[in-house]
Design a protein around this ligand. Sequence first.
Ligand SMILES: [Zn+2]
Length: 534
Amino acid sequence: MPGLALVARTAWGAGGEPAHGGGGGAFGRRRDLAVLVHDGSIAAVVPAAEVGSLAADRVVDLGDVTLLPGLVDSHVHLTATGLGLHGANLRGARSAAELLERVKSAAERSPTGLVWGDGYDESGFASPELPGPEALREAAGGRQVFLSRVCGHQGLATLEVLAEAGALEAVGCDRGPDGEPTGVVRDHANHRARRHAIDRLADATLVAAQDQALALAARRGVVCVHEMGGPQIASRRDFELLLGRLDQLPLRVVPYWGAFELDYVLERDLSQIGGDLFLDGSLGSHTAALSTPYSDRPEALGSLYHDDDELTELYVRATQAGIQVGVHAIGDRAIGQALRCARRAVRAVGRAAFAACRHRIEHAELLGLDGADRMAELGLAAGVQPAFDAAWGGPDGMYERRLGSRRAKSMNLFAELWRRGVPMGGSSDSNVTPLNPWHGVAAAVHHHRPSQRLGLPVALELFTLGNRVLARQERTTGRIQPGQRADLTAFPGDVLATDPGKLEQVDAVFTMVGGRLAHGPEELAMEVAASFGG
Ligand SMILES: [Zn+2]
């Protein structure tokens, strides 16, 4: 049989039962395996010693690597990720002065237009004050500035941006004791200011940002991302720039549109809607919807952005059309709303039809055991971000400050979800946390609460087969098995015997998407091209 045979010392995901779904079996580590790739698919999997029997056109011995099903990140914001690489990267800034310094140098690097900055997190500042809008304007040499908080649910902007965006009169425009805007925007004011800021970026800037994010993902062994677009996230124009290029992209992209617009996604032949459809905001910005007030701000409860009827109707109509719905829900009140509306929809359409859509709750953070039970019962799937726990969990973390330690303990219940057989996939929410599956795998393995830690094979499954299950693609890809699409990656050594944290800084040996190389050494690229008859 023609094709390209890849020989690896270690392979994972090539045999055995997935742990997912309660089987509990190991997805399997096998030694010395040869995988034949032909015509974009996996044509055969045999012991390395029998590679000759494949009669492949080409044989590449990868040596001491682990061959894996390609990694998948099931919740990313590509444009924000790319902009974060080139605009003002505010991650790790420890003070207002440092923010201004970074805005200043970003303004110097790109001499015109709005200055975009991303990733500030004042919960890590020694003193939590943010710079005012005037200081921001000065730092940018008089230009407009929009800075996105690390969570995306709060922004900091110059007054011109707020005025032009209509954010000054919107709910969530923060004002000081003197009644003047502080530049901080949350909720609707943030959505308006953010959208206005994105609108001021050229098409070419958005496309370049998407491409940079995809190239970064390919280096990390990622073969597929779920893009979470939406009118409040990066605009319809941004989403359509990506949609129009799906066939030409180096990676597979599953696009989610975060609005109540079923006709819009049906017209575009998408089988999913929502994704990061905000039912509430974030804990960091005190906008996640809680049933009892924030511990560090007793007057705040966060807010729900939509009413029950609207969400129930979406679940019902989407299920009838076979379309999957994803919603963003972090606080217990938002998760409760999703569960309540799901239950109403189940009454209308039946559990089997509802569960077949694998409707997703993204984040599902302040879930509680009861919430985990109800997700299992209703047939809902969970899109989780273990890296959130690494960033904000634990005794001194932001979650405990916002919620107190008792409530914070009912967050990010990965092991509980897993035990209940809730379909679950892992993601970064990049650029909220780095687009780097090993970072997420490490965070799941090292969850700050030992009872919620996942074993390495299970954590890895979240970022491979689990994410394929979330996209309803597991019949075609996600395992190293004959008949599946050749979506593969490899990392040096035996990754099952390595602390996943150590792999965060390591590039993939190669990344293959449908038999084509998205990342890898020149020699391998030539072998792949030759095996395609090119
Ligand atoms: Zn979200």
